[in-house]
Design a protein around this ligand. Structure first.
Ligand SMILES: Nc1nc2c(ncn2[C@@H]2O[C@H](COP(=O)(O)OP(=O)(O)OP(=O)(O)O)[C@@H](O)[C@H]2O)c(=O)[nH]1
Ligand SMILES: [Mg+2]
Length: 282
């Protein structure tokens, strides 16, 4: 990192298996390095070890690999924003299954206690990995838990929770640990619900991410809204901009480079190529 920063910002990216965490991290690094968005690099990152392999894969136009169980790394970026303020951003990477276990086992290891202290939480949910989420108000909870599992979501476990209930449990556990060991009330971290792999949703242009969340993740959306109020927002993300194969290189990627691929859908439903807007976004 270069010099001391005006602000250090720890960003916790939360997401289960294949939610798109690693791909987002790599693309965020690419955008910050390219220097075309809200946040620009002000020096080389201390280490690229956490994203090196995935970065090479995206350069070659192929999908990144699954992050192995037990991984505990983070990417640190030294950046500067539009107003010339220097910001150090630290984002961890880990295997989604490790986060899932946190809720299943109802135990917060030291690592997650540490992560819960972050300034901002980005909760990534990839809706296509989950079946159409049923009407929570009209059906009993037990029935929902049994019937709304995707095979890859529940890993065949009949007790696994549907994604919106799982996410509420996760947020509650992290908030609880954040309040431990302190007598002082702590401010809430900013919370962004990120609907990842938005390109898979085939949503018409102008669709508001918050409307999709309200409809498909009703329980989670109303919980976040009630708890976080104006510190909560919903953003769409397509870190890749399109599907990528694990072996067959995508020619657009080879031609343009990954730093020109991918976009967010902001709260107003507009597409924006600046992925750095997710950091400290409103
Ligand atoms: N269509 C589409 N696919 C994406 C996008 N982002 C990631 N993917 C794909 O989703 C899969 C999982 O992406 P990862 O970035 O490895 O997800 P992860 O959350 O790090 O997964 P784990 O490491 O297993 O926890 C990969 O096959 C990616 O190519 C996107 O924006 N659009
Ligand atoms: Mg990963």
């Amino acid at each position: 990192m270069t010099g001391s920063a005006d602000m250090a910002r720890r960003v916790l990216v939360l997401g289960g298996p294949a939610a798109g965490k690693t791909t987002f991290l790599i693309q965020l690094y690419g955008r910050v390095s390219a220097g075309t968005g809200k946040l620009r690099a002000r020096g080389a990152p201390a280490s690229l070890a956490s994203i090196e392999e995935g970065f090479r894969r995206l350069q070659q136009g192929v999908a990144v690999a699954h992050t192995p169980h037990g991984t505990d790394t983070s990417l640190s970026l030294a950046a500067v924003d539009f107003d010339g303020r220097s910001i150090d951003i630290t984002v961890p990477d880990y295997a989604g299954e490790d986060l899932r276990r946190l809720v299943d086992e109802r135990r917060l290891h030291d690592r997650w206690r540490r992560e819960a202290e972050s300034d901002q939480w980005l909760l990534l949910i990839r809706l296509t990995r989950h079946p159409d989420l049923p009407d929570v108000l009209a059906r009993p909870i037990g029935e929902l838990a049994r019937t709304s599992l995707a095979p890859e979501d529940g890993n065949g476990d009949p007790h696994a929770l549907p994604i919106d209930m799982w996410a509420v449990e996760l947020l509650q556990a992290l908030l609880y640990t954040r309040r431990l060991d302190t007598d002082q009330p702590r401010p809430l971290p900013r919370l962004t619900l990120v609907l990842s792999c938005w390109d898979e949703l085939s949503a018409p242009p102008g669709t508001l991410p918050t409307d999709v969340a309200r409809k498909r993740l009703a329980l989670l959306h109303s919980y976040c809204h009630a708890t976080w109020s104006d510190l909560f927002d919903v953003i769409g993300l397509s870190a890749q901009g399109q599907p990528l194969d694990e072996n067959e290189p995508a020619t657009d990627y080879l031609d343009a480079g990954p730093q020109h691929m991918g976009w967010i859908i902001n709260a107003a439903g507009e597409r924006d190529g600046d992925l750095t807007l997710l950091i400290g976004s409103r």
